[in-house]
Design a protein around this ligand. Structure first.
Ligand code: CU
Length: 209
């Protein structure tokens, strides 16, 4: 159809077509997706180091949440699980990678992880495990008793790791009222309620005890 037109007209027409297709996709996306909001806040603790590896999360959102197809990695490196705390959406597969020369024997004593014993495998290899139950699964190694990690299996992707200064920010929260929870390896904090709408991000404060 462009045969007789100069090259710049062809290019221009193609660009126009691409732009209109992109616009129609964009307006469709806007019409279908819910308003996304922000929950911000702060966590206080007696000592800042207590804040390490603290996760704040929205307990449940009304939407059905599909777990990601991509696997998430928990490494075993220098006799340590990396990361120490891993929040995932229910249904996510975690690949337990061994980056050490030595062999580990990774298992979980918790029903959240079906009391799984993944066994032992060589450096550079991994074993996958899919977390299909909500809750916290402790991961341990039968060979190295000091090795410990946690997988937090959550209902939705509205979670955030607390920064070193205690601040956190959870984005992409649909409009609504929610229970916001905190998880820390040693300390607890009271659940908080948060109501968010497009123009009103919620602010939530936790205190570790
Ligand atoms: Cu080990």
């Amino acid at each position: 159809m462009f045969r007789d037109k100069p090259i710049f007209i062809k290019t221009f027409s193609a660009l126009l077509l691409a732009a209109s297709v992109a616009m129609s996709h964009l307006s469709q996306a806007c019409a279908e997706s819910p308003v996304l909001c922000m929950i911000q806040g702060n966590v206080t603790a007696k000592k800042p180091k207590y804040l390490q590896n603290t996760i704040v999360y929205v307990e449940s959102v009304p939407n059905t949440v599909e777990p990601p197809k991509e696997h998430v990695v928990m490494d075993q490196k220098n006799m340590t699980f990396v990361p120490h705390v891993l929040p995932v959406i229910k249904g996510t597969t975690v690949d337990f990678l061994n980056s050490d020369m030595v062999q580990h024997n990774i298992y979980s004593p918790d029903a959240v992880a079906d009391n799984v014993n993944l066994g032992t495998w060589l450096q550079g290899e991994f074993r996958p495990f899919t977390f299909n139950k909500l809750g916290v699964a402790t991961l341990r190694c039968n060979v190295h008793v000091d090795m410990e990690a946690y997988v937090l299996v959550l209902q939705n992707p509205c979670f955030a790791k607390v920064n070193n200064d205690g601040s956190f920010s959870i984005s992409n929260v649909p409009e609504g009222t929610y229970i916001v929870k905190l998880w820390n390896e040693r300390y607890k904090a009271e659940d908080q309620k948060a109501t968010v709408s497009a123009n009103h991000p919620a602010s939530v404060a936790f205190c570790l005890k």
